[in-house]
Design a protein. Structure first.
Length: 363
């Protein structure tokens, strides 16, 4: 690996905090030809290879998606069952995984050579019409809640809602409950008006766990400079993803991830940008077969009305040259090549999100 331009970041990575990621082996989907949507079912492909790659990647903590995102399941019951299943996953691998309830758990994971698993939702449908359920899920260990997925719900509008409506009265109640229960508010996937309303409504710093910069790629899943700046001004952090939305009309690569990170730093400042890859750390073995599987999944998502503009045949939901357990080391090298100092690289890789959860969850 190319040595970094600035001392202090080397082959032994500093803290890596993935604000939205996964722990799974996607190749098992090819073997089984499951064809199921990956979001919301992150634990079904947990195996020895996924755990080994996670450890090798240097990931200190990762916010995983569990609970209801979309589909025919009862949102509340499914979410409770998902939490129970992930509790069993972690209990089965106590030497490798640690359930995160506080910021100190992340430091403990780092010190003990484990990965901290943060329970996060990518929707609020499981709340039904009862904002008080926030306390129930917080008690079960949910630490991050994304207000909407791509569509509209009782809280607000997702990024694919044409009307771009804002946070609803119920949405204000939910944000207040999240604040009261020290749960991190996540505005990934939200529409612009809902995002800006939630920024104004929250009394605690918030995050956008996984997004890109709309100034560089004008797609709904990316955030405007106004949204990015609003998160930073409130003390929050924006995570840049490893997703196809980083380029409008081409196939994005690692260079585009760095481009979006640099732009976000220019808008938000170096203390308010991190990473939320929206992916795992196990590489695809058979890319042609995986392309076919993903093309079929994109068609199903479009038919179900949950797809996003920028999802298209031939484009996989990750950055091909930032796959596998070396992805964070490669990114660190590329950030150094782009002129970012070791101090800034360490902040982007993990320290900024660690500071944020210390602020929101407490030590």
């Amino acid at each position: 690996m190319t040595a970094l331009a600035d001392p202090g970041v080397n082959d032994v990575l500093p803290m890596v905090f993935n604000a939205l990621g996964g722990i799974s082996n996607p190749n098992l989907r090819l073997l089984a030809q499951e064809g199921e949507a990956a979001v919301g079912r992150s634990g079904t492909r947990l195996d020895a290879r996924a755990l080994a790659d996670l450890r090798s990647s240097g990931t200190t903590a990762v916010n995983i998606t569990l609970g209801y995102v979309f589909g025919d399941e009862d949102p509340f019951e499914y979410s409770v069952a998902e939490i129970a299943r992930w509790n069993r996953n972690i209990q089965a691998h106590p030497d490798q995984l640690l359930k995160v309830r506080s910021a100190s758990d992340i430091r403990t994971a780092k010190e003990s050579g484990r990965t901290g698993v943060i329970y996060g939702f990518q929707n609020t449908e499981m709340l039904g019409t009862d904002a008080g359920r926030v306390a129930t899920f917080a008690g079960l260990g949910t630490r991050v809640v994304q207000l909407t997925y791509n569509g509209a719900n009782a809280v607000g509008a997702g990024s694919m809602v044409p009307e771009n409506t804002g946070l609803t009265p119920f949405g204000h109640d939910v944000v207040a409950e999240l604040n009261a229960n020290r749960v991190l508010v996540d505005l990934g996937h939200s529409g612009e008006a809902t995002c800006l309303d939630a920024i104004a409504a929250s009394t605690a710093p918030i995050c956008i766990s996984h997004t890109g910069c709309r100034a560089l790629a004008d797609l709904p899943r990316n955030k405007t400079d106004q949204e990015l700046r609003g998160v930073a001004q409130g003390g929050g952090v924006v995570g840049i993803y490893f997703m196809p939305f980083l380029a409008e009309d081409s196939f994005p690569g690692a260079v585009d991830v760095v481009r979006h990170i640099v732009h976000a730093i220019n808008v938000c400042g170096e203390d308010h940008v991190g990473i939320g890859t929206d992916g795992g750390t196990t590489q695809i073995d058979d890319m042609p077969a995986y392309h076919k599987l993903i093309d079929d999944e994109i068609a199903r998502r479009k038919a179900a009305g949950i797809g996003a503009r920028g999802e298209k045949p031939g484009v996989v939901p990750f950055i091909p040259d930032l796959q596998g357990p070396d992805q964070f080391r490669k990114l660190a090298t590329l950030m150094a090549d782009a002129g970012l100092s070791s101090r800034v690289i360490e902040k982007v890789l993990g320290l900024n999100f660690l500071r944020l959860v210390e602020d929101v969850w407490g030590q």
